[in-house]
Write a protein that binds this ligand. Structure first.
Ligand code: ZN
Length: 238
């Protein structure tokens, strides 16, 4: 079971950045709720939000919650301000190896979903990524005070894309499997399929038990390596 703690930045009396008729606290809550709804479509996931209403919370209350729950990953969602444009993500200055790995996977997945400028993977001494005991990331999704970014943030479809990017990254990083996805091991094979399976076992391509999950790129590589090694051996003999 993977436990994901999603933190919509700001809330209640702390509205965050405000411009162009938008308030940061409302946007972060909308994004976080969509992340939760999408993530719950995957197997073995638990999701907790630091707040799912317009509520005032200190930064300490947020990381205390995540730490007490024993989350496996923390995502703090924010909207930028200060006259720039685009998307950037943060991990702590002295981030763990896991935090670095997850940022490397999740950041580009978010960028892929958006037509925001990629401002890059960054590091900072932010409370949310420093005081959390688990790997953590803080995302800054566009600039509320830049008209072009604000116009995008006003569209619900764009909020959905931002959430989808976060989820795609998490799915990749944690190898999550969609609920109701087919599991090969449980499928009854036809006689012809069983013959292919037995042949694959004989050739050492698979142990016959895997893949339990939908085949991912690593599984495909794992199948290709023994084949390539055999070809290499044969070529040496020629
Ligand atoms: Zn913020």
């Amino acid at each position: 079971m993977a436990k994901f703690f999603i933190d919509p930045g700001h809330g209640g009396t702390d509205v965050g950045a405000v411009a162009n008729g938008l308030q940061e606290k409302n946007l972060t809550l909308a994004i976080a709720k969509k992340i939760r709804d999408f993530l719950l479509q995957y197997e073995n996931t638990e999701v907790r939000l630091s707040r799912d209403t317009d509520k005032t919370l200190s930064l300490k209350q947020r990381t205390d919650m995540a730490n007490a729950w024993g989350a496996d990953y923390l995502i703090s969602v924010h909207i930028n301000a200060g006259g720039g444009t685009g998307f950037e993500s943060y991990i702590h200055t002295n981030a763990s190896k896991a935090s670095v790995n997850f940022q490397n996977i999740i950041h580009p997945e978010i960028v892929k979903q958006l037509d925001f400028t990629d401002r890059g993977k960054k590091r900072a001494n932010f409370h949310m990524v420093r005081e959390s005991n688990m790997p953590a990331i803080l995302t800054e999704n566009g600039f509320i005070d830049t008209q072009a970014d604000a116009n995008k943030l006003k569209q619900d479809a764009y909020i959905t894309r931002i959430a989808q990017g976060h989820v795609n990254g998490v799915v990749e990083a944690f190898r999550l499997k969609k609920k109701g996805g087919s599991t090969v091991a449980e499928q009854k094979l036809t006689a012809a399929q069983e013959k292919v399976r037995q042949e694959a076992i004989r050739l050492g391509i698979t142990d016959g038990k895997n893949p339990f999950r939908e085949a991912n790129q690593f599984y495909v590589w794992a199948c290709l390596v023994p084949l390539a090694q055999r070809i290499e051996e044969l070529e040496k003999k020629l």
